[in-house]
Design a protein around this ligand. Structure first.
Ligand SMILES: *Cc1c(COP(=O)(O)O)cnc(C)c1O
Length: 433
């Protein structure tokens, strides 16, 4: 019996026991470890459509979708076929390909504020590069981010950084130099007055304001009416650049992301997740003028051995081409409404106080009655109750994100039947709370 065969026989419990000896916390990304809900993470053997199957042979309806990328569902046949085709031609060349042009054209055509784009390998890399670019363009060093927003794990962003960090209860991260953290100013989300005060005090030093235009990383929190426009106006007035971190929202809320949905244009946009079709990718884009500051066209250095990787470009293109059809987004919005209305009814019937935020196919049910509009209101959620609900749902065959402060994602593979089964599962789960 081969080693891999033996591994397939091991249970999630056994695998986790081995994993914690080999990897910090047993995982390669913190929130996978179930620390926010307790218990043992499920080790996944395979995935198809809207479902995950673990090594213990249980199948779950999946609302994590690899944290956003799997908008077409898992193991989509067209995406897999495209990857198989690319695979036979080699996996990386370190030289330009026509695929990278096709990807750039696809992104530029879709995202209204992007005229030129640079591909990288993760969302973290995209936001770090976008920040360097904003500093290079403005010659200023401070940035403003919002409490509860997550922009990857770059030093400058690990201040009041939402889900992963909040779940672990770490206020800030050791290893981030105070000199770097000092250049990051935080402000509450959805409060234009607070941002105006920050600009009054530091306006001349602020290179950029970075924002999740719809927050996913403190759970789903939409912008108030007019808020994004206020942020746009303030940045413009003070000569700071506006960065929309659309790593999660890009091609998720609309083909052109949140900037299309809310009709507010940033200076720089970061992308990731969906544009890689399930393979590791990120990107940042802006006007020609700004992007021509990036090396080798300009002096702001940024590079990547595997950037524009042919397998990732292929998976991404196969995904993005399917999202040209605007009916996809209408379908996803309808599915989101069906699910959230059903879950809300179930909570009400059981007398469990909840508040659900949803934008299209992104949603979070918070275990609090009061509206959730920023980090302070999100943090009022009853996390213990969420943990119980999470495990009750898991037992009913529904895989939610293992933290109160994450968004759920619906994809095109979530049929009405699967959504209704989820609502039924919630009805049972709420009764156990
Ligand atoms: C996921 C995410 C990132 C980080 O992307 P990685 O690929 O995990 O590095 C950055 N910003 C936002 C808004 C995200 O949701």
């Amino acid at each position: 019996m081969s080693a891999t065969h033996q591994e397939q026989q091991a249970s999630s419990e056994e695998l986790f026991t081995r994993a914690v000896e080999l990897m910090p916390g047993g995982v390669n990304s913190p929130v996978r470890a179930f620390r926010g809900v307790g218990g043992t993470p499920r080790f996944i053997a395979s995935a198809r459509g809207a479902t995950l199957t673990d090594v213990d042979g249980r199948t779950y309806i999946d609302y994590v979708g690899s944290w956003g990328p799997m908008i077409l569902g898992h193991a989509d046949e067209q995406v897999l076929d495209a990857i198989r085709g690319a695979l036979s031609r080699g996996t990386s060349y370190g030289a330009p390909t026509a695929l990278e042009i096709e990807m750039a054209e696809e992104i530029i055509e879709a995202v209204p504020s992007i005229e030129m784009v640079r591909m990288v390998n993760s969302g973290t890399e995209a936001t770090m590069s976008a920040l360097r670019l904003a500093r290079g363009v403005t010659g200023r060093s401070k940035i403003v981010k919002f409490e509860g927003c997550y922009h990857g794990h770059g030093d400058s962003f690990l201040v009041k950084a939402g889900s992963g960090v909040a779940t672990l209860g770490l206020p800030d991260s050791p290893g981030v130099p105070a000199s770097v953290a000092r250049d990051t100013i935080t402000a509450p989300f959805n409060d234009a007055g607070a941002l105006a005060e920050v600009f009054d005090e530091h306006g001349a030093d602020i290179a950029a304001v970075i924002i999740e235009p719809v927050v996913g990383n403190m759970g789903c929190v939409p912008p108030r009416e007019g808020y994004l426009q206020s942020v746009r106006d303030l940045t413009r007035r003070h000569g700071a650049l506006l960065i929309f971190d659309e790593v999660m929202t890009g091609f998720r809320l609309a083909r052109g992301g949140a900037q299309e949905l809310y009709d507010v244009m940033p200076d720089i946009t970061t992308l990731g997740k969906i544009i890689g079709g399930g393979l590791p990718v990120g990107a940042y884009g802006a006007s020609r003028e700004i992007m021509n500051m990036v090396a080798p066209a300009g002096p702001v250095y940024q590079a990547g051995t595997l950037s524009g990787n042919p397998l990732a470009m292929t998976a991404g293109l196969a995904t993005l081409r399917r999202l040209r059809d605007r009916a996809v987004y209408e379908g996803l919005d309808g599915a989101g409404r069906r699910l959230c209305e059903g879950m809300n009814d179930a909570a009400r019937e059981a007398g469990v106080p909840t508040h659900t935020n949803r934008v299209g196919s992104m949603f979070t049910m918070f275990f609090t009655e009061a509206p959730v509009t920023d980090w302070t209101s999100a943090a009022r959620s009853d996390r213990e109750r969420f943990g119980k609900f999470f495990h009750a749902m898991l037992a009913e065959g529904v895989y939610l994100a293992p933290s109160q402060f994450e968004a759920g994602f619906i994809g095109t593979a979530h049929t009405d039947e699967l959504l209704d089964r989820t609502i039924e599962a919630a009805r049972k789960a709420f009764r156990t709370l």
